[in-house]
Design a protein around this ligand. Structure first.
Ligand code: 4AD
Ligand code: MG
Length: 461
């Protein structure tokens, strides 16, 4: 077994709980050098062990047997340090460690790709395996982990059952035709592994609906894959989605849960990741914390698609230039339109509801007007859509007619039959996890929120 190091997080937690840190002496810590400054007689190391956003300062002097060697340890080297905690209440950091022994656990070569100076996010994207050692990505991936926990806490506390839906499937749930085929034998795909064409899932929704009609409230949370060639800061071909589904819930109930979930996640991250959020607020997107606090303070606005289109048409009349100026009723909104509504009109999150049925998926509940469906998208500033949801079509005949028309009934009889095996009003939604993380941290590109992003024509690691 390796010697157990005390972590920087444990030290800060003890301090917060009012414990006497000196009682932990002597201590052993292990981590990576962020900086090392040394003069003839004394040196200072900033060590990060990844347990917390904060580093710890290690002071060493000539009494150290390997002082000369230590004064040359480079950024990135992995060290084990034995020493004594010294309280420094008058300094920037409340304590430091005076080293008695410094062990070089892993040396670093001259071509270490991280420099002490600030590096661009684009450059860091090219060295994804090393990114987690930088402040930005150390903060981002810790928040990502906490955000996953927030999602589970929210749904578990509210009585939802977590369901693992399959990654390999025979259906294109959204009917958008952007699936990745899964084949093992390209020469004979017909007689391949499953004996029929299969693909990676674009959504777990169809598989989770039957569980909602058994458990009442359920959710999936897992990776989803879309072969869309959208080269934007918001599209990845592999991303994580949370898909709750609820029996006895209409679109209004659905939106209440969406809003509750987003607010819960924001509160959770502000409470549990204060250092990381302060960092984002200072270095990544100024005003992020204030923005999030304002979101918590007010109910989300709601606007129908029809009202949204009218707003956009007025904007055009008033001289606003969109790249896509066609805003006749029935068109699918582009990201620039969504962003205009959430950024310029509402200045905060907004639910856009009741979309024309021809631009939305087959499973959505048709409204009595015969033209629109009981669906909504949640739009936020900086991004546009982060959630898509709807009440589901629960009328067997209406759904069958729609499925027959697009030709996807075969193979989905089990889905359709839910409507005659004790069906009920039910609704659900899908939150793009990576987009939610972008929104909360202010990080502008989905390629940075994912540890190893996959986008069209870009897969390096
Ligand atoms: O709006 P979408 O396509 O909805 C569904 O998949 C439904 N089955 C959800 C449901 O009702 N259960 O996708 C849901 C969310 C979007 O709002 C967006 O946040 C995210 O998934 N998303 C993507 N995120 C990153 N990259 C992509 N290519 C994405 N496509 C969708
Ligand atoms: Mg959508």
């Amino acid at each position: 077994m390796q010697e157990k190091a005390i972590t920087i997080k444990e030290l800060y937690d003890e301090l917060k709980q009012g414990k006497d840190l000196l009682k932990s002496n002597p201590v052993y810590i292990a981590g990576w050098v962020r900086t090392n400054r040394a003069s003839k007689a004394v040196g200072f190391l900033e060590i990060n062990d990844g347990s917390a956003f904060k580093c710890v300062q290690v002071v060493y002097d000539e009494k150290l047997p390997n002082f000369e060697e230590a004064s040359h340890f480079l950024t990135g080297a992995c060290l084990g340090i034995r020493g004594e905690i010294v309280l420094t209440p008058e300094m920037k950091q409340p304590f430091e460690i005076h080293a008695k022994e410094i062990l070089l656990l892993g040396n670093v070569s001259e071509d270490y790709p991280l420099q002490k100076k600030r590096m661009s996010l684009e450059y860091l994207r090219e060295i994804a395996p090393m990114r987690p050692r930088t402040n930005t990505f150390n903060a981002l991936y810790r928040v990502r982990s906490k955000l996953a926990m927030a999602i589970h806490s929210f749904f578990q506390e509210n009585g939802f059952v977590y369901v693992h839906t399959p990654e390999i499937t025979t259906n294109d749930a959204e009917g958008a035709g952007s699936v990745f085929s899964v084949i093992t034998d390209a020469k004979d795909p017909v007689n391949d592994f499953y004996g029929k064409p299969v693909s990676l899932t674009v959504s777990g929704q169809l598989h989770v609906e039957p569980f909602a009609l058994a458990f009442g409230k359920v959710y999936t949370f897992g990776p989803t894959f879309r072969a869309e060639k959208s080269n934007t800061p918001r599209h990845a071909s592999e991303f994580w989605m949370i898909e709750p589904e609820m029996a006895f819930a209409d679109l209004e109930d659905d939106m209440e849960v969406m809003e509750g979930c987003i607010k819960y996640c924001i509160r959770y991250i502000l409470e549990n990741c204060p250092d990381e959020m302060k960092f984002f607020d200072t270095f990544i997107a100024k005003g992020t914390i204030e923005k999030l606090e304002a979101v918590l303070a007010k109910p989300f606005r709601k606007m129908t698609y029809t009202e949204g289109i009218e707003c956009l048409q007025s904007a055009v009349k008033a001289g606003h230039k969109f790249e896509n100026p066609n805003l006749t009723w029935g068109v699918d909104l582009q990201s620039e339109h969504e962003r205009y509504l959430t950024e310029e009109v509402v200045k905060g999150p907004v639910f856009l509801t009741d979309y024309p049925k021809q631009i939305k998926a087959f499973y959505m509940k048709e409204n009595p007007d015969g033209k629109t469906v009981a669906a909504c998208d949640c739009l936020v500033p900086g991004e546009g859509e982060i959630i898509g949801g709807s009440q589901r079509e629960d009328n067997y005949d209406v759904l069958k007619a729609k499925m027959d028309k697009i030709g996807n009934t075969q193979g989905l009889e089990w889905y359709l039959n839910l409507r005659k095996f004790g069906g009920c009003v039910h609704s659900g939604f899908g939150i793009g996890f990576d987009r939610l993380l972008m929104y909360i941290t202010g990080v502008a590109n989905i390629r940075d929120t994912e540890p190893y992003p996959r986008t069209s024509s870009a897969i390096k690691y």
